[in-house]
Ligand binder design. Sequence first.
Ligand code: COA
Length: 335
Amino acid sequence: MEGINLNQIGVSFKGSGSYVPNQILTNQEISKKVETSDEWIKSRTGISQRRISGLSENVSEMGYKAALGAIEMARWDIETIDLIILATSTPNDLFGSAPEIQSKLGAINAVAFDLTAACSGFLFATITATQFLKAGSYKRAVVIGSDQLSSYIDWNDRRSCILFGDGAGAIAIEVTNELDNLIGFSMRTDGQRGSFLNLPSQNNQDLIIDDINFSSGGFSSIKMNGQEVYKFAVREVPLIIENLFKKTNFNSENINWLLLHQANQRILDSVGDRLNVSSEKILSNLSNYGNTSAATIPLMLDEAIRNKKIKENDIIATSGFGAGLSWGAALIRWG
Ligand code: COA
């Protein structure tokens, strides 16, 4: 770790990328499948349309494209990447999809693994990566959020099928001995409330031979108690951000952006109100993509960076929340 004072080691954010599938499913089109309407969906969620992966697309393909964008923005030589973490709940290989992304990228010197924490996954994976960097173990990390929830939606359940979509986003993070751009973070889970939102396994019992049972693997579809998840989000997210502000001596006035997991516009507005963050600081693109789980935060981040909304040194308060239940927040300086 030549030239780096291990006591003052920090991280800087060098690039972002994203990818969404081409297929668009509008609210009007969903209303041909279940009894709902564009007006109902828009007024309750803020969502107008979402992207659905095509037959040749999957989590590692989308994640690869997003990662490539982040690496190109960072101008890194691919072989200098040490660590790749893929946040996903819908891997195309249950043994892990991150090594497939490593292979597609040709990142031969990286170690790659998956991390599952549903809609908090990207935040948890980003924090995890920064800890490897700050410990001095690795110098360059790519963190990806990629999810294909369309495969696990019950398309006959109007309470949940309207919310979700597919996509991927990624960031490139590097070690630095200058200012630490991860100002602070906090992560929480509460498994006791896990049944409010889950995607449980669905096993069929069978016999291998007489007297030896086994359960064949498989999953059901997303189960959600929308009202409880809503109440959880509007209570816990402001609290965890407020506590982070206190811990870091920041407040809603000296942040540039509030970047929340894109679940529902009403949740974004309510959290913004509770924190006294003015509406022009609240980033939102869920009208176009719906809730893409681990992908929403980097998808929004990349859009805001590429259209020059977020600039170098901007302070971003970000929060992921969802199944687990899990939630977390981080305060970062972009760049
Ligand atoms: N179209 C039309 N009507 C619908 C509908 C739809 N897509 N979904 C539900 N309804 C109906 C219900 O059947 C119910 O009718 P009833 O009173 O006759 O039984 C009525 O609308 C109210 O249902 P409810 O579930 O109370 O709606 P809601 O106001 O809580 O809104 C959500 C539903 C899902 C939009 C809202 O609860 C939500 O956004 N929760 C958070 C979900 C979330 O973000 N999950 C991911 C977190 S990571």
